[in-house]
Design a protein around this ligand. Structure first.
Ligand code: FAD
Ligand code: 2HG
Ligand code: ZN
Length: 477
């Protein structure tokens, strides 16, 4: 049974952390008590911001002794309410944002060791300064932290080539729910000492412990990179184009992102300074990024040739290869702003789903038709990581209808329909955002009993008192 923090515990944490590490000021707490989309609102008696692993250990040991819950938080960009405490106010909010140093970058080992609070774009900069690259990126890179990325097993726009966080973490340092320290911060590429504990913590959404630092794989910085925007007729044409480009360019193709015309329209209407990349209209678009190693032929020439061949073969309708870095960034901005443009438009029912890559084109078309037929006026915006078999299948209310009313009445049924289709296609209801609090019910409804039993058994073994991020990821019995 969890308990609310006692005045004595709060006082002991205040003196442990000092004024920079402990606050009960409602104004300071407010932005961290709601999620990025403002779908969830919680309360907490205090915000704890430790500056070191030792402080995290002391916090966890004290909270564990008193059975007080902790909600770990990084940049608070979760798409599933994973970092928002419950409204009952019983849990303390534990921010890792002050633990933001890149402890080391080793170009020889191709490894960076970064604390949990390091912001992704700062990690990119630190790797670049050493002539290396951390090959994971996403639209929230200016706020999302290493701890949050590890704990959600984040994906993003380079999974096609490098995999999600799970393939990029070599080691972790983490405070376990009893306050003990898991010192797994190695740079080893091989380590077979039984169960891989770091892999349990990756994607655990803060339910098994607090990640305090990670050793992360780096790769060589590319000699050149090229970005193209392509207009085409269907998701099936997009997938055919991807396979064609891979045949010609091989592993040089690092990103392949699908953008429907309605998502592009949302961005152009809502995000200042954006403009349409192609002259004509196209039902679907993709953003392609390809690279070339140092000393090799410039990636733009090879991409240009491959796209010219695809245009001739009728796989694409139009294509533009960015002429310079500014144009490349402008194209990426169009893709990375979709989530923000959608948020500005109003609430939608979000689904972050994966199916086998080959099944994705049919899934998009058929699930869209099914939603639009059953929920009159509903608008589907399906975009994202086509090459990974993962799209964000988001459904907006009918134009002119009060969003909150529509959501309260229809959201659950829309989600069931979409997730049932995902199940029929052999897919997953969470490709990269996690379960958080948003998908607890759907995980319980759709997962097989063995999966749920194993999740609960692991949780009980490592966190028997249930103090780590309660109400997230693990459906209760
Ligand atoms: P938070 O939101 O603070 O936390 C996320 C979860 O991790 C919570 O459950 C929290 O309790 C836990 N947690 C945080 N820090 C720790 C820690 N140190 N130890 C233990 N648990 C911890 N995701 C993708 O996968 N791909 C995308 O392309 C993508 N694009 C996005 C674009 C935008 C604009 C936004 C807003 C989000 C996007 N996301 C994407 C969501 C993604 O999950 C987050 O951006 C990121 O992984 C979370 O990092 P964060 O530091 O904000 O974590
Ligand atoms: C992306 O790929 C993010 O842009 C956000 O994962 C997806 O807003 C979404 O649904
Ligand atoms: Zn995504």
């Amino acid at each position: 049974m969890l308990r609310a923090p006692s005045p004595a515990l709060l006082e002991s944490l205040r003196s442990l952390l000092g004024p920079r590490g402990f606050t009960r000021d409602a104004e300071v707490l407010a932005p961290w008590l709601s999620d990025w989309r403002s779908r969830y609102h919680g309360r907490s008696a205090a915000l704890l911001s430790p500056a070191s692993t030792a402080e995290v250990q002391a916090i966890v040991a004290r909270c564990s002794a008193e059975r007080v819950a902790l909600v770990p938080q990084g940049g608070n960009t979760s798409m599933v309410g994973g970092a928002t405490p419950d409204p009952d106010g019983g849990a303390l909010l534990l921010s890792l944002r002050r633990m933001n140093s890149v402890r080391s970058v080793s170009p020889e080992d191709n490894v960076a060791v970064a604390e949990a609070g390091v912001i992704l774009s700062d990690l990119h900069d630190a790797a670049a300064a050493a002539g290396r690259r951390f090959p994971l990126s996403l639209g929230a890179k200016g706020s999302a932290t290493v701890g949050g990325l590890v704990s959600t097993n984040a994906g993003g726009t380079q999974v096609l080539r490098f995999g999600p966080m799970r393939s990029l973490v070599l080691g972790l340092e983490a405070v376990l729910p009893d306050g003990s320290l898991f010192e797994g911060l190695s740079a080893l590429r091989k380590d077979n000492r039984g169960y891989d504990l770091k892999q349990l913590l990756i994607g655990a959404e803060g339910t098994l412990g607090i990640v305090t630092a990670a050793s992360l794989k780096l790769v060589a910085a590319p000699g050149s990179r090229s970005v193209a925007w392509v207009g085409l007729g269907s998701p099936a044409a997009a997938l055919a184009l991807l396979r064609r480009l891979e045949a010609r360019l091989g592993e040089a193709v690092e990103s392949f992102e699908l953008v429907p015309e309605d998502a592009l329209a949302l961005v152009l209407a809502g995000i200042p300074g954006t403009r349409a990349p192609l002259a004509g209209a196209h039902r679907w678009h993709v953003l392609v990024e390809s690279v070339a190693p140092e000393g090799a032929r410039d990636s733009a020439e090879a991409l240009q040739e491959a796209l010219a061949a695809a245009l001739e073969e009728g796989l694409a309708e139009d294509a533009l290869v960015a002429a310079n870095e500014a144009q490349a960034s402008a194209l990426w901005r169009l893709r990375e702003s979709i989530a923000e443009a959608e948020r500005l438009q109003g609430p939608s029912v979000k689904h972050d789903v994966s199916v086998p890559v080959s099944a994705m084109p049919a899934f998009i078309e058929e699930a869209r038709a099914a939603v639009e037929e059953r929920f009159e006026g509903a608008r589907v915006v399906a975009f994202g990581h086509l090459g990974d078999g993962n799209v964000h299948f988001n459904v907006q209310p009918p134009a002119g209808m009060a969003a909150e009313t529509w959501l309260a009445g229809q959201a659950e049924a829309v989600t069931r329909l979409v997730h049932d289709r995902v199940g029929e296609a052999g897919g997953s209801i969470s490709a990269e955002h996690g379960i958080g609090q948003m998908k607890l019910g759907e995980l319980a409804r759709t997962a097989d009993p063995a999966r749920l039993a194993a999740l609960r058994a692991i949780k009980n073994a490592l966190d028997p008192a249930g103090i780590m991020n309660p109400g997230k990821l693990i459906p209760s019995l």
